[in-house]
Design a protein around this ligand. Sequence first.
Ligand code: SF4
Ligand code: SF4
Length: 336
Amino acid sequence: MIVIDKNKLTDLLDALNQSYQVIVPAKSADLTQFMPYDAVKEKNAEIILNENTVLSPKWLFLPQSEGMYAFWAKNKKLEIVDLPSDLEKMRIVFPVRHCDVQGIACLDKVFLDERHVDGQYLEKREKTVVMALMCNNPKDSCFCASMGVDRAHANNTVADVQVYDLGSEYAFEALSDKGQQAVEAIKALGSEKTVAVPEVKEQKIKVNIEGLPEKLSGMFYDSIWDSFMFKCIGCGTCAFICPTCYCFDINNKIRGEEGVKLRTWDSCMFDEYMLMAGGHNPRPGKKERVRNRFLHKLEYFYENYQMMLCTGCGRCLRKCPMNVDIVKFINQANAK
Ligand code: SF4
Ligand code: SF4
C-alpha cells in the first residue's frame, strides 16, 4: 500500500487535480456535501473528512436534475438530439465512506440492471474513480454494520481504491485498474509499506435484519403502519438525503420550438407521486406512502436484488423533522 502523511492532503488533492476532476466532501453555506475541489478552493470552503455529509454523493451519478435529450419541433417534424456529455475528463471522489459506497452499489443494481442499462448513469460510473475511506468515527445514529456494510473493506464492485485511516497517515490500496492509475498519480507523495487493517469502533445502534424481508412480506396490513404514519408530514427530506432513493420524474422544458426532456429527483413520500390520469391515487394517504418507503427499502428491493435499499448511513435519523425512525421501525417489526 502507498502510505501518505495527512499533512500532505493539499499536495495529494493538487496532484490528483492535474489529471482528474477531484470531488471532495466539504462544508459550504452550512451544508456538508460533495463538491468539486476547484469550487472548494474558489469559495474557501472547508474540506470535511471527519464526518459523513448531509447530502450523499448520489448526485454524482444521478444528478438532482438532468437533461436526457433535446428535441426540436418544426413544420410538423420532430427531431430528437443527444445532449453532449458534461464529463470532460475522469473524476475522482475522495473520500467516500463505506455506507455511501454501498449506496452506489444499490444504484448500480437499478441503473445497470442487465435488462436495461442506463447510458447516462453508466458513463458517470465509468468516468469516476471511487476512493473508499474506512470510517472509524461513526455518529451515534450510524448503523451500517447492521445493514451488512463491511466497515473494514468497502464493496469492491464500486470502490476503486480502498483508503485506511492510520491516524496521522492514509494508506491507499488499489482495487481496480482505474484505482491503480489514481494511486500511481499520488505515489510520489508517500512510501510503499505493508500495513495492518486498523480495528473498527463498534457502532451504538445495532439492528437485526435476519429474516426481516420474509417477515415484512406478511405485514402489509399490520397495525404497525398506523403508528408510523401519524408523524410523517410528507416533506420528502428522507428521500432527497438518502444515498439509495432513486425515484425520479420526467418532464419537458420547452421554449418556442425546442425543448429538453429532464429527469428530476422525486419522492414517493409526496402525495402526488402516484397520482394517475383520471385522479386515481393508489397511495392516497400517509399510511400507504410510509409503508411503501419502508417495504421498498427492507422487503421489495431485497426480493429483487438480495440486498437492502438502506445502508444504515443514519441520515434520515438525523434529518427527518418528525423523527420517523427506520431503526425503531425495524425493532418494532422484529418484536411482532
Ligand atoms: S419520513 Fe420524515 S423526512 Fe420523510 S417525508 Fe416524512 S417527515 Fe419528511
Ligand atoms: S433509509 Fe435512512 S439510514 Fe437508510 S440509507 Fe436511506 S438515509 Fe440512510
